[in-house]
Design a protein around this ligand. Structure first.
Ligand SMILES: Nc1nc2[nH]cnc2c(=O)[nH]1
Length: 412
């Protein structure tokens, strides 16, 4: 039952992820299969290796970074981008096995972690608002209001409100219900083409083993590999801490038991996902739904894995859903992720200002990597200027310096 609750809250990804991957030129049917399999294998790994009620799937945020910033913005072939996801997973695996994981996780200040989480939310937000047609390009002001009277835009707005209303009422599967209803309402307007509900799974061949690892080893992609790695590590660590705390599975001193095993499942999920053909697979914060319903062990994650395998047979339905119907879900997830700003220390300017700069920079530079770089530089310099240089850890200096060098070389 707990596994079903978690599955319902995260199954929207089998509709949303292929839509986002399609923006990178990846075959939608293969991407659907890769998403279901990555979620099933990742969740099974978590259940079996770490015995946690935490489910995995391709993460929102890094999928948008993959498709819109790396492939769309930097014109890197999606095969090379998959290679970068693979390499970031390998680095993550090494870090999970070695003891530096705690150092890396603990040395990055909480305020920057919160700023990154919110910034990824805002990044999803601008992509979602564009997908809804609510925000459009404007040569004078960069962005402006779209044609709100168009049926597509109105239906998208309705979709968002429906999702918000359903989730506010704790309706299980509120996001996927909102997406499906929005798509259904588009049929009379010719906005949705219905392909059916059940069929055998499409072929995985267009994406399976298509990753280009040698292409990703080139220096030009190092910043992208680092971004995939650091976001994945911080996201998984944050999700693990949040969910185990909620489940009452933390040690009394606040540390997470079996942290190494859980991160092993996370890194394994990312590596396997890239081989299958999807952007980074990560622990889902939606696992909190199953924990709320009583899930405490890996059995919950294994249940989710089986349900994602069954979902493989719903390809026609999943690929019938157009982008305008999934865009509201992006904006909704953006709202959820922005909540992390609540935990900032709003009394300390040297803490909250760099976090806000991090968060703002991500949508406005259209890059998670640039947001991290600008945020870390701002943090280090602000602390020094405020006479608090002692609070800047070695890892922060390192990332700030690498980012400054990268920006100095004119790289985005
Ligand atoms: N923690 C986490 N939860 C998610 N839920 C949907 N996408 C994500 C993600 O990228 N990270």
């Amino acid at each position: 039952m707990a596994g079903f609750a978690t599955f319902l809250t995260m199954v929207y990804i089998v509709v949303v992820n292929p839509n986002i991957m399609a923006a990178a030129g990846i075959d939608q049917g293969a991407s659907f299969v890769a998403t279901c399999l990555a979620a099933a294998i990742g969740s099974a790994l978590m259940g079996l290796l770490a015995n946690y009620p935490i489910a995995l799937a391709p993460g929102m945020g890094l999928n948008a970074y993959f498709a819109f910033a790396v492939v769309g913005g930097m014109h890197i072939p999606w095969q090379v981008a998959l290679g970068a996801v693979f390499l970031s997973g390998l680095i993550f695996l090494a870090v999970s096995v070695l003891r530096i994981r705690e150092w890396l996780i603990n040395t990055i200040p909480l305020s920057l972690k919160l700023g990154i989480a919110a910034g990824i939310g805002f990044f999803l937000g601008i992509i979602g608002l564009q997908g809804m047609g609510l925000v459009v390009a404007n040569p004078a002001t960069m962005v402006g209001l779209g044609h709100v009277a168009e049926p597509k835009v109105l239906l998208s707005c309705l979709g968002f409100l429906l999702i918000a209303g359903l989730v506010a009422r704790n309706v299980p599967g509120g996001i996927i219900i909102g997406i499906l209803v929005t798509a259904l309402l588009g049929i009379p307007f010719g906005l949705t083409t219905f392909h059916g509900v059940v069929s055998l799974p499409p072929s995985l061949a267009p994406t399976f083993l298509q990753l280009d690892i040698p292409g990703a080893i080139g220096l030009g992609v190092a910043g992208i590999v680092f971004t995939f790695f650091i976001v994945d590590l911080l996201d998984n660590a944050g999700t693990l801490i949040g969910t185990t705390h909620r489940a009452g599975l933390m040690r009394p001193d606040g540390s997470v038991p079996r942290l190494g095993r859980a991160l092993l499942a996370d890194s394994g999920g990312a590596i396997i996902g890239s081989v299958l053909g999807t952007s980074t697979t990560t622990s889902y914060i939606e696992s909190a739904a199953g924990i709320q319903a009583g899930g405490r062990t890996g059995l919950t994650a294994l249940t989710v894995a089986v349900l994602f395998l069954l979902t493989l047979f719903l390809a026609p339905l999943a690929t019938s859903i157009p982008g305008y119907a999934t865009a509201p879900a992006l904006v909704f997830v953006a709202c959820l992720m922005a909540k992390s700003l609540r935990d900032l220390d709003w009394e300390d300017l040297t803490d909250y200002a760099p976090a806000i700069i991090t968060a703002l920079s991500m949508p406005l530079t259209f890059s998670i990597a640039s947001g991290i770089g600008i945020g870390f530089i701002t943090y280090a310099v602000t602390k020094v200027l405020a006479g608090k240089a002692g609070q800047v850890s070695g890892a922060v200096w390192l990332i700030a310096l690498l980012s400054a060098v990268k920006f100095g070389m004119g790289a985005g």
